[in-house]
Design a protein. Structure first.
Length: 400
């Protein structure tokens, strides 16, 4: 068993020094230090008032009956709640029902209380508001402190974050402070009927199989979930939730990293995770020129262009346009796949589409197994015909 000190959480109170029965703890530069004579008895862990002293044994066997509710840590960008938060609330609603507990949203930031109504309409029973001037967008250290302390106080059974760039940085900081595990990039979550453990499913072994992970003796159970794989619930206008203000106590070291400036990337393209129609190409498209044809089609359909991993690696599409296990997960109303064989790594990223149309010259292409409409044909013959038909329809419409 290992015992250690989280230096950025140590208050220098010396309580642990007095509690250690073997005199293994000393103070250095105002912080507790565990010496070689430590016998891992855990007395210091129990005595620590800030939770700075951790033990890999002390944190693995929690009294699970003391942990209730499902928490969704909301992500706010540019003053708006991101769609991935609505998706998590939709998923969290099912988990909370399975546990017979409440669904809670966590709003952490500056002036975020105004979003509480939106959280309630999206399914939250309780909204915890963590407001502080130090909780600026993009600063993960103060957010980690605030959320971790709230988790220690309220003891939720499940904590969910989105697997966005911000969530992927924030979640491990929180889990490390709490001394619990974290399952990243989940594509499916569920509740085991008997034990009520959270079943966390994610791709493993390069996406060749799906692994289901659970933590029978550790709480809270933490996961990050890929944007685009869960379904948001329809909003219920006027739905209410209990709004609870949670005090935030940041320390000077939490703000040692400052955000000097936020610059918005100038984009002509819609975020793939928010696109309603996606035209995607794979190895069968063959070249950058082939993708120009798909771009023309996408323009006529009001769609976004995406590609497989090989398309991104060959430079036919930019990396942010890649769909799949190592790219983005999307859930458009319509996903049209041209020359995509349908490897499991790619299918895991587009499985959330409402309607899938696949065009491929290989009649045995795996993508046909998940397609709603399967067309066994040469895409270089099909695409021009679709483009011409759309142009003709546009001309007729213009003449009316």
């Amino acid at each position: 068993m290992a015992v250690w000190v989280e230096k950025d959480e140590c208050a220098g109170c010396e309580t642990c020094v007095e509690a250690c029965p073997v005199g293994a703890i000393s103070m250095r530069d105002g912080l507790a230090v565990i010496g070689d004579s430590c016998n891992s008895c855990g007395a210091c862990v129990e005595s620590c008032t800030t939770g700075a002293i951790r033990s890999d044994a002390a944190t693995t066997k929690a009294d699970t009956s003391q942990y209730k509710d499902v928490w969704v840590v909301a992500e706010i960008k540019g003053g708006k709640v991101r769609p991935c938060t609505q998706e998590l609330l939709g998923c969290g609603r099912g988990l909370a029902t399975g546990l017979g507990q409440r669904l809670c949203a966590v709003l952490a930031g500056k002036n975020v209380k105004g979003h509480a109504g939106e959280m309630a309409e999206s399914g939250a029973d309780v909204v915890y508001v963590l407001e502080d001037a130090g909780l600026e967008e993009g600063r993960t250290l103060p957010h980690a402190r605030a959320v971790a302390e709230a988790v220690r106080e309220k003891r939720p059974a499940v904590v969910l974050l989105s697997a966005t760039p911000f969530g992927r940085e924030l979640a491990p900081r929180i889990s490390r402070r709490l001394g619990v595990g974290l399952t990243a990039d989940c594509t499916e979550l569920g509740i085991e009927g008997t034990t009520k453990n959270l079943l966390q499913t994610r791709p493993a072994w390069g996406g060749n199989l799906m692994a289901t992970i659970y933590s029978p003796e550790s709480r809270p159970q933490m996961s990050t979930v890929r944007p685009g794989v869960m379904k948001a619930l329809p909003k219920e206008p006027g739905r209410k939730a209990d709004v609870v203000a949670v005090p935030v106590k940041l320390r000077p070291e939490d703000t040692r990293l400052s955000v000097l400036e936020l610059k918005k990337e100038v984009r002509k393209k819609v975020d793939l995770t928010e696109a309603k129609i996606i035209v995607a190409g794979g190895n069968g498209v063959g070249s950058k020129e082939g993708f120009r044809m798909l771009e023309e089609l996408a323009g006529l359909l009001g769609a976004e262009v995406a590609g497989t991993r090989i398309a991104a690696e060959e430079g036919w599409v930019s990396p942010d346009r890649q769909v799949g296990q190592t790219g983005q997960s999307v859930c458009p109303d319509l996903y049209i796949a041209f020359g995509i064989s349908g490897a499991i790594q790619h299918r895991s990223g587009m499985a959330g589409a409402k309607t899938i149309v696949a065009i491929n010259s290989d009649p045995n292409a795996p993508i046909f197994q998940v397609a709603d409409i399967a067309i066994n044909a040469d895409l270089f013959k099909v695409v021009p015909e679709i483009i011409n038909a759309l142009k003709e329809d546009a001309k007729k419409e213009a003449c009316r």
